[in-house]
Design a protein around this ligand. Structure first.
Ligand SMILES: Nc1ncnc2c1ncn2[C@@H]1O[C@H](COP(=O)(O)OP(=O)(O)O)[C@@H](O)[C@H]1O
Ligand SMILES: [Mg+2]
Length: 281
């Protein structure tokens, strides 16, 4: 264990009681300090189970998980582990517990015995970090989905985590809500050095990560930078996933004999490629 890693799993497997097979099988991976990691995979490939193993919600059937050096098998460390690794789930309505935004953010802290003046500071700081300070006294049910997820992120941030795990936390949001949440986690990653793990079905979101892990049948099927992973279009498709739109377009153009790079991810990069080609002719 070195301080370069926030989460390490080694030979990690998990089977639900009474299930005939492993939901997660022999997964060895790491989340590095400051890394922005995306975990992809079709439905049922084991992503949520893996996320719950990161957070000590589940104990490994075999193998290990260490969160900032803490072994999730150790019952006495569970509370600590959840402070280091905070989870944001899919449905914002299921994670907001209080009737006032700032009370919701304070919830974990109060349970944790943090002194009141310190709680006040942490609430203000966390709400500022997700750009929701103006809503501190508002009722959560009046907020948009994106705003609610930002409050949920603030609740995690108030615990001063080293890593935030978002399990399809943008899935129920409209495009602007998705953008708000993604911008927020990218900024926290960049400016606060918090490691981020996103589980997502949106390939455009995955394309913004430093590193991608693709799961299949509970196992790791592919790893690499988004460019490395998505340029293997056929393999990604065989795993039941799409590639980003511009990667798909590049793939089609190459099939027609157009000499664009195979690893284009964004519109900007496609524009560059098209300009390069037209200046060559
Ligand atoms: N609570 C549960 N009890 C039994 N089996 C489960 C439970 N949750 C998930 N599974 C099974 O574990 C496997 C992995 O599920 P999950 O981790 O939810 O995948 P994903 O998040 O990638 O969709 C699937 O086969 C799923 O049916
Ligand atoms: Mg899931």
């Amino acid at each position: 264990m070195t301080s370069e890693n926030r989460i390490i799993t080694s030979g990690l497997s998990y089977a639900y009681p009474e299930a005939g097979k492993f939901a997660v099988h022999d997964v060895s991976m790491r989340v590095k300090n400051g890394e922005f990691l995306a975990i992809l995979g079709h439905n049922g490939s084991g992503k949520s189970t893996l996320a719950k193993l990161f957070n000590a919600l589940y104990v490994p059937s075999s193998g290990n998980v260490w969160v900032c050096g803490l072994d999730t098998r150790d019952d006495d460390l569970v509370f600590d582990i959840r402070q280091h690794a905070g989870m944001v789930f899919q449905n914002p309505d299921n994670q907001i517990v209080a009737t006032v935004v700032e009370e919701d953010v304070a919830f974990g802290l109060e349970n944790n015995g943090v002194p009141a003046p310190e709680i006040r500071l942490r609430i203000d700081e966390a709400l500022r970090a997700v750009n929701m300070e103006k809503y501190a006294k508002k009722a959560p049910h009046l907020l948009s989905g994106g705003q609610k997820q930002r409050v949920a992120i603030a609740g995690v941030l108030a615990m001063k985590p080293d890593v935030i795990i978002l399990d399809e936390s943008t899935a129920m949001l409209d495009p602007s809500g998705r953008r708000e949440v993604m911008n927020t986690v990218h900024r926290l990653n960049r400016e606060e050095g918090i490691s981020v793990v996103i589980i997502t079905h949106y390939m455009a979101e995955a394309a913004t990560a430093d590193y991608v892990i693709v799961m299949d049948e509970g196992e790791i099927a592919m790893t690499g930078t988004p460019r490395e992973v998505f340029s293997k279009v056929e393999k990604v498709r065989a795993l039941g996933l799409d590639v980003p739109e511009m990667t798909d377009l590049a793939h089609l153009l190459r099939q027609d004999g157009v000499d664009v790079r195979a690893d284009v991810l964004t519109v900007e990069e496609m524009v560059e490629e098209v300009c390069r080609l037209s200046s060559n002719t």
